[in-house]
Structures are given as structure tokens and as C-alpha cells.
Design a protein around this ligand. Structure first.
Ligand SMILES: NC(=O)c1ccc[n+]([C@@H]2O[C@H](COP(=O)([O-])OP(=O)(O)OC[C@H]3O[C@@H](n4cnc5c(N)ncnc54)[C@H](O)[C@@H]3O)[C@@H](O)[C@H]2O)c1
Length: 694
């Protein structure tokens, strides 16, 4: 065996030269890997004993992608494009042996090879679009030449990988190899030589492009089909343009076009934010003061208290992860209703073809219910999801303390209550934690985990790992009113309401925030969630909100009653502005002695968003969140903040904290201390720094 570089070796077995990449954990295409592959191919071509070449990777995967830590840094060693040209230009056939995942640059490398074989569990794809870029090493030019334009568009602009079987069906993989992949690939390479098969250079192939050449409407049809899903993103359009170039231009020209479109994205704010978010999500799983080797508790059963909106959704996450769930209700009727709802939710998923009947049956077999709290005495974790009332929750936790086995995790799904206080109601506050799921709990990715002053490291580490197991993205925060997500949301809601009083209408505010990239504006969101929820909370606290209260007094609770801030036609979820609401708003302004004025879109945006950034800054200052990026993870996964804007804190950094700070100062002068910049924001703005430096 000869080492070409530290990460790539070359050896010869009979007539087959084997270039082996060994760059754990995922064989990323670092400079040493690129240089090694290039050198390996040259060495194989020089070696007279070699008649064919296999590109193989050690460890758990083929080249899983680019080394994204190299992004934005000066290029060292050969570019991937250069490496691929070397492979494709080899005078001896090169066979890529794919296992694990061949993604991005990994698949582009494989596309440079003359043949591809794969293990049955391998996955291949070009997911660059998810980082706001496109495959920039020929992927957009070669893939359509192999799988045809429609499929290439799906894979490149959508970013989802496909499995071996599908890849073989569409000709992306030449053979699926059961058993030993390395041996199978060597045998395949020998077969290619023995049968005198051609050196298939994908760049020379044009046949699969014909369909799109004859029907250029393919591209616009595809654009329309993804428009809703990709609203606001710039990368998908560049992906489409690159594939279009494969059809319209000769290969070499197409490559140049791909490069230009790639460079345009790479230098843009969106891909910066999307790459930032990629790292943020991974970082959020780490809690600095909890050692990495903290022992984890075994979680093999879960008790959920309350079979309402949240309890049912939470249960589904555990069932799908294969963890048995017992749900507790107070009355048999409520329990039956809750269990039936879970079943009907699964049945709906099955009928849409998104789940198999077998998978549904398995989930349902893991679910049971009871009206006796004692029945959950043996579970490893309890999640309480009963209505929001401190006294009732404390009582439940005292009972759990008496009933549950030692070491069981006692979690609450409260959205507003002081979890320190709940923990203190037990004799084991170290076992108490907040697991704040978002509605619908079986769909939303975020799990905001809330540590109390006494939550143990073991409980925190176990709950972070558990989140991953049940398909959630966790972020750990501390106790404060509304925790991180809702606390920031409240600042925005307050401004949205103030804007109504000063001159805007719900549709103005909602339009500006929708155009900014959020899934919906605050008033459409309130109509969806139910305006009565906030109304009851205000009544409980003895506070008023003239517009919101007047709307609720008319029974306009939102979509569920057919009207709220908007009107909804029977069976429709489309909000329609309603003169009755506009009249309520105008009268409320008058009663408060406010002269209504025209408010610009720019002001609406800043008044809603800058206080969110300021609140995030206070949260950081107080140590409630560990990092600004954790706040961003919460807002992207919990509230649909557009990932291409990174999150509210990243957005603040992007537009400049000095701008945010100065605008807040102006608003403070005009509207009062609600806008007072936090000390941290002031310091960072004055020092010309970002939240990443905080
Ligand atoms: N709905 C949301 O969007 C949302 C989001 C995040 C968190 N939360 C929090 O989740 C919790 C539950 O909210 P929800 O919307 O599911 O409420 P819900 O009213 O839909 O369900 C609560 C259920 O708990 C049952 N229950 C009440 N007392 C009980 C007891 N002692 N033992 C067993 N069951 C009991 C009720 O019968 C009811 O079925 C609240 O703390 C809420 O703040 C709600």
C-alpha cells in the first residue's frame, strides 16, 4: 500500500488499482483527500499492472460531501473540479464503490467515474441547495446527463437523496452489490475490462437531455411546482438555471455557467445564513457545563399526563421512535377521545401514503391509556401536559414524586409557568425539567428544553439525547417568563398590536412579515391558534387589550369560529380583511386619543423585528440562552423564521447591530422604554461586534 497523502492510499490487487480514502468520520473532501484522489488516479494510470481502478472509502461511508469548514477560506490543493476532470480523463476505467452516503461533492466525484456500484443501503444526492448553494463541481451538468432533466431538477433543487435501488433504476448506479462492497467493486471493475466495456464519460453523453431540449417548458413547469415550498429562497432558482445550462450549452460552457451561479450564491447572505444555521443546529445540542461523558439514563417507557392537544402529539413522537407510551387522563371519556384522535391522525397519514399500515399498527401496539396515575409508577420518563395552572401542576408533581420510581425524569410541557417552583414541589427537583414541545407536537421539530436551577446533568444530557431519538431538534434554555421562544414572540405581538392602534391594519402587518419570509403574520397566527387563549389569560391577570378584547367579545376566536382578525369563508383558511374589525381598530385608536397615520412597510418590519433582537440580547445577557445561535435555532424550528435569514440574532448581525441599536434609540425617544436597547446590544453596537462575538 502506498500513501498518496495522509488521507488517501493506493494499492494494487491483481489487475485492479484501488484508491482508498480514509478521512474519518465521513470522508469529507478536504484538501488532502482531493490531492490524494488525484494522485491515486495518476499512479494507477502509470502502473502497467493496472487495467482498471476502484475508488473506495474506508469507514462508515463513501465521501459524504465537501469539507464545509473549508467554505469561505482560500483554496488549498487541487479544486474538486480538477480532481474530477482527472478521474474522467483516466485512460483506465474508474469504478466508484459507494456505501453509506455519497452526497454533494461525494456524488460529483462518483459522477466523474466511468461506473458506479453501491451497497443496498447507500444513499446518493446533491443536497447543496439546503445550504443555500448548488453543486459546483459539475454535478448540475453531469446528473441530468445520467438521470434526465426532471429527476435532476428534483434532486438538485430539492436536495433530497435517493436510495441505491432507485439510483440503480434511473441508471445513476450501475450495479447494487450485496455483501462485501470492496470485493464486489473489484469484480465489477474486472468485468468492465473483460467485457471490453467503454469508458463512459458522462460529460460526453447528451441523450438524456433530449426530452428537455424538445420541451423547454419543463423548466417553468418545475418552477411553478416548487414555488410555494421555496418562497424567498434564491438557491433553488440558480439550481434550475444551472440544469437549464446543461441542456442549452455545450458541457464546458455549462460548467462555466454552473460556476458563475455557484459563486453568486456562495457570496450571498442567504447561503451564509444557511451554513451558519447548519452549524448552529449542531452546536445547540451541546451544553457547555454538562460534560460530554455524562452518563445517560435508559429511556424505554414514557408516561404522558393529559390526552389533550399537546399530550396526544407528544405521545406520537415517542411511539414512532418505538418507545411505549401510557397516557393518563382523569376521565375515561377524555382518555378514549385522546386515544382515538391519535389513531385517526395515524390513519390519515397512512391514507396519504406517508406511513405504512404496519408502521401504524406497531405505533398503536405501543400505546395504552389509564385513568389511574399509579399505573405510570414504573415509567422512565413522565411528561405532564395538563392545562396551564400552577396549583394543579404542583399537585400532580407531588403525586408523581410519591408514585414514580427513583430516577424517573419528571418533565412538564408548561409554556409559561416557573419550573423551578414546580421542581421545588417535589423531593427530587434534580429530576424535574421542562420539555416544551410546539404545536402540532408530532410535526414541529423544536424541543425547547428548560433547565431549572437544580436539574441534574444526567437529566439534561438524557433529555438532549432523547430529543434526537424522537426526531426533534433540542435547545436548552433557563427559566424565565415564556422561556426563549415565547418571550421573544410576546415582544413582537406587543408591537403588532401597537401598530394597529397607530394606523396599520392586521393585513398590513401580516403582509410585511409574510413577505419577510415568515409562514404567516401575527394576526393570521393568532386566528389559527385561537384568540380566546390570550383573552382568558388576560382576564385571569386582569389586563386588557382593546382591539383583541373587542374581537373576542364578538366571539371571533379565529379560524375555528369562522372569524377573528379576519373573516374565513366556510371551509377556507384564507384570511379576508373584514370592515367590522377595521371599525373596531379605528374606534380603539380614537378612544385612546391616537391620531392614526400611514405607517410604512419599513417601519412595520423594524418595529416588529428589532424588539425581538433586543429581547434575544437580554436573554443572552441574563444567561437564559447559552448562545445567540441557540435562540436562532428556536426561532427557525419553533416559529418558522426563514432559515435563509439565519434566525433573529443572525439577522441582527447581518443588518448590523449598530443599525439596530440606533433605530431602537430613535423608537425609544418616540415611543418609550419598551425600545430601550439592552446593555449587551449597546456594547456590541459600540464595539462594532456581532452576537457571534458576544
Ligand atoms: N396548545 C399549545 O399550543 C401548547 C404549546 C406548548 C405547550 N403547551 C402547554 O401544554 C399543556 C397542555 O396544553 P394543551 O393545549 O394540550 O391543553 P388541553 O386542554 O388540550 O389538554 C389538557 C388535557 O389534560 C387533561 N387533564 C387535566 N388535568 C389532568 C390530570 N390531573 N390528570 C390527567 N389529565 C388531566 C385534560 O382532561 C385535557 O385533556 C399546557 O401546560 C400548555 O401551556 C400548549
Amino acid at each position: 500500500m502506498t500513501a498518496i497523502t495522509e488521507l488517501v492510499s493506493f494499492d494494487v490487487e491483481g489487475s485492479v488499482g484501488i484508491v482508498t480514502v480514509d478521512n474519518p468520520p465521513v470522508n469529507a473532501l478536504s484538501a488532502g483527500v482531493r490531492e490524494g484522489i488525484k494522485g491515486g488516479i495518476i499512479a494507477a494510470n502509470k502502473d502497467d499492472a493496472v487495467t482498471s481502478i476502484v475508488l473506495f472509502c474506508n469507514g462508515r461511508t463513501f465521501i459524504a460531501g465537501a469539507d464545509i469548514t473549508e467554505f469561505g477560506k482560500p483554496m488549498v490543493g487541487p479544486s474538486l473540479l480538477e480532481v474530477i476532470v482527472g478521474i474522467e480523463g483516466s485512460s483506465k476505467p474508474v469504478v466508484a464503490a459507494i456505501h453509506g452516503t455519497a452526497l454533494g461533492g461525494g456524488l460529483e466525484t462518483a459522477l466523474g467515474c466511468h461506473y458506479r456500484v453501491a451497497s443496498p443501503t447507500a444513499k446518493v444526492g446533491l443536497p447543496e441547495v439546503k445550504l443555500g448553494i448548488l453543486p459546483g463541481a459539475g454535478g448540475t451538468q453531469r446528473l441530468p446527463r445520467v438521470v434526465g432533466v426532471p429527476m435532476a431538477l428534483e434532486m438538485i433543487a430539492g436536495g433530497a437523496p435517493i436510495g441505491s435501488a432507485k439510483a440503480a433504476e434511473v441508471g445513476l448506479v450501475d450495479e447494487v452489490i450485496e455483501g462485501d462492497l470492496r470485493a464486489g467493486a473489484i469484480a465489477f471493475a474486472k468485468k468492465v475490462v473483460a467485457e471490453g466495456r467503454p469508458l463512459v464519460k458522462i460529460s460526453d453523453q447528451d441523450e438524456k437531455l433530449q426530452e428537455a431540449k424538445e420541451n423547454p417548458a419543463i423548466f417553468d413547469d418545475f418552477r411553478k411546482s416548487i414555488a410555494r415550498k421555496t418562497r424567498g429562497f434564491v438557491a433553488p432558482e440558480n439550481c434550475i438555471k444551472a440544469v437549464q445550462a446543461a441542456v442549452e450549452l455545450p458541457f464546458v460552457e455549462g460548467l462555466k455557467r454552473e460556476r458563475d451561479l455557484f459563486v453568486e450564491l456562495m457570496g450571498g447572505e442567504q447561503s451564509f445564513s444557511q451554513r451558519y444555521f447548519f452549524f448552529s443546529e449542531r452546536l445547540a445540542a451541546k451544553i457547555p457545563d454538562v460534560p460530554k461523558d455524562t452518563p445517560l439514563l435508559d429511556i424505554n417507557s414514557c408516561g404522558i399526563i393529559g390526552a389533550g392537544t399537546m399530550g396526544g402529539g407528544i405521545a406520537m413522537n415517542f411511539l414512532q421512535a418505538g418507545i411505549p407510551v401510557i397516557i393518563v387522563e382523569t376521565q375515561q371519556e377524555g382518555l378514549d377521545k385522546g386515544l382515538a384522535l391519535i389513531k385517526s391522525n395515524y390513519a390519515a397519514t397512512v391514507s396519504k401514503g406517508r406511513m405504512s399500515q404496519t408502521a401504524m399498527d406497531k405505533c398503536m401496539s405501543l400505546l395504552s391509556g389509564t385513568i389511574k396515575l399509579e399505573d405510570i409508577s414504573d415509567v422512565d420518563i413522565v411528561i405532564e401536559a395538563i392545562f396551564e395552572n400552577m396549583e394543579v401542576k404542583k399537585e400532580i408533581f407531588q403525586k408523581l414524586d410519591a408514585i414514580c420510581k427513583d430516577g424517573a425524569i419528571l418533565a412538564t410541557n408548561t409554556s409559561t409557568l416557573d419550573i423551578d417552583e414546580i421542581g421545588e414541589a417535589t423531593n427530587r427537583p434534580e429530576s424535574v425539567i421542562g420539555l416544551h414541545f410546539f404545536s402540532p407536537a408530532n410535526v414541529m421539530k423544536l424541543l425547547e428544553e428548560v433547565r431549572t436551577k437544580k436539574t441534574s446533568h444526567t437529566v439534561m444530557a438524557t433529555c438532549m439525547a432523547l430529543a434526537k431519538r424522537i426526531g426533534k431538534v433540542p435547545a436548552m434554555v433557563g427559566v424565565c417568563e415564556g422561556f426563549v421562544g415565547n418571550r421573544i414572540l410576546h415582544r413582537r405581538s406587543e408591537q403588532a398590536t401597537a401598530l394597529l392602534m397607530e394606523g396599520a391594519m392586521p393585513a398590513d402587518v401580516d403582509r410585511v412579515l409574510f413577505d419577510f419570509g415568515l409562514p404567516m403574520g401575527p394576526f393570521a397566527m393568532s386566528d389559527l391558534a385561537g384568540n380566546d387563549v390570550g383573552w382568558r389569560i388576560r382576564q385571569g391577570k386582569g389586563v386588557t387589550s382593546p382591539v383583541a378584547d373587542a374581537i373576542c367579545e364578538l366571539g371571533r376566536f379565529g379560524q375555528k369560529t369562522g372569524s377573528g382578525y379576519y373573516e374565513y369563508k366556510e371551509g377556507s383558511r384564507t384570511p379576508v380583511s373584514d370592515p367590522i374589525v377595521e371599525d373596531i381598530i379605528v374606534k380603539a385608536s380614537k378612544a385612546a386619543g391616537i391620531d392614526r397615520r400611514d405607517i410604512s412597510d419599513d417601519e412595520i418590519l423594524k418595529r416588529c423585528i428589532y424588539p425581538m433582537i433586543n429581547e434575544g440580547s437580554k436573554i443572552l445577557e441574563e444567561g437564559i440562552a447559552t448562545r445567540a445561535s441557540d435562540i436562532d435555532v428556536i426561532w427557525v424550528y419553533g416559529y418558522g423564521w426563514p432559515i435563509y435569514r439565519g434566525g433573529p440574532m443572525r439577522y441582527g448581525d447581518a443588518i448590523g447591530l449598530k443599525n439596530v441599536y440606533e433605530t431602537l434609540l430613535e423608537y425609544q425617544k418616540e415611543h418609550g422604554d419598551f425600545f430601550k436597547p439592552s446593555a449587551l446590544l449597546e456594547r456590541l453596537a459600540k464595539e462594532g461586534k456581532t452576537f457571534q462575538d458576544a
